[in-house]
Design a protein around this ligand. Sequence first.
Ligand code: PLP
Length: 394
Amino acid sequence: MNREDFPLAEQTNYLDNGATTQKPIQVIERLNRFYLNENANVHRGVYKLSQLATEAYENSRTAMAHFIHCDTDEIIYTRGTTESINLAAFSFVEPLVKKGDEILISHMEHHSNIVPWQLVCERTGAVLKVIPVNDSGDLELVQLDELLTEKTRFLSLTHISNVLGTINPIKEIIAKAHKKGIPVLIDGAQAIARTSVNVRELDADFYAFSGHKMYGPTGIGVLYGKRTLLETMRPYQSGGDMIRRVTLEKTTWNDLPYKFEAGTPNIAGAVGLAEAVKYLEKAGMDNIEEYEQELLNYAEEKLKAIEGLKIIGDPQKRAAVLSFTLGDAHPHDIAHELSIKKIAVRAGHHCAQPLMNRFKVPATTRVSLGLYNTKEEIDLLVEALPEIREKFKL
Ligand code: PLP
């Protein structure tokens, strides 16, 4: 874990890791090497370059399976979390539900874990149910038993909130849902780079995440699915690579995971992502988690001491993500003023408008820390905020 490995993080005070992370030089150089030495299409050519590209692409899948503790053919490469959730919604959940059935999500979901379910409900007549969030920013789990009814067909839940930082007790929740025979998808977009994820231990049926939030390239992500479920599912997109045999009358599907990877995949993205996995494994997910908790505690204490600053929520367990309001200043003004001081934070609804409504705020400023951030960067932020508060006093 080395700040010097991240050229852009070194030049900026980058505190928007929840949106995307900066990339280590190892990932950047791996992408270069791929395009300089190995580029060809995969699974097709018998010539050397195609074999090299195929090997690099499939080795990436093996590395990813090792990283989250599953079998290689349970890793489906997608464009990112959003596509992974859409895939599960279309191929697994939609054929499973009928009018009056229920799909359960929570009030702290990112739009990409809300809208696909709304569309499934629209098309099937199923009903979307919601686990409430309390003032601390924790799920109201006392209501979970009532919400998991005989009509519930699926539960889709975030591991870590991208707004509040809440770490949900997903293992316990999955076990509860399974007791009633309900499969569960976990949105791991914010968790995958912050904590070690073992999908077998969690017993998650699906686990979705994005490469770009784990120090890898954009345009590549993962849907993990249990093989027994993936085997029964209809394809998501169709075309080349996902077929076994095509005649003009009928087509049969390829084996897992190719059944769900139609067309030329993001080969370079997968290769770069494997390098990010290597980086994270070398740094150690436990070390990353510990370091980010230290930064979080430091930031929380310092921010709390600022007059007029209100951190949204106080969950039982929080990852290094903090949303706040500051006096009368609009979050966009705060982010703009911080940008002038070369500090990058996020302002807005964070693709979680229902959660904003729940906390009765139109927007917040969000600080989300990563493995290369420092206490000095937090100090810069903390020094800048009182000035901004005064400037925008009504
Ligand atoms: N889910 C959560 C919790 C997120 O934070 C994000 C991105 O911010 C997403 C889903 C969507 O990820 P992507 O845009 O990479 O598909």
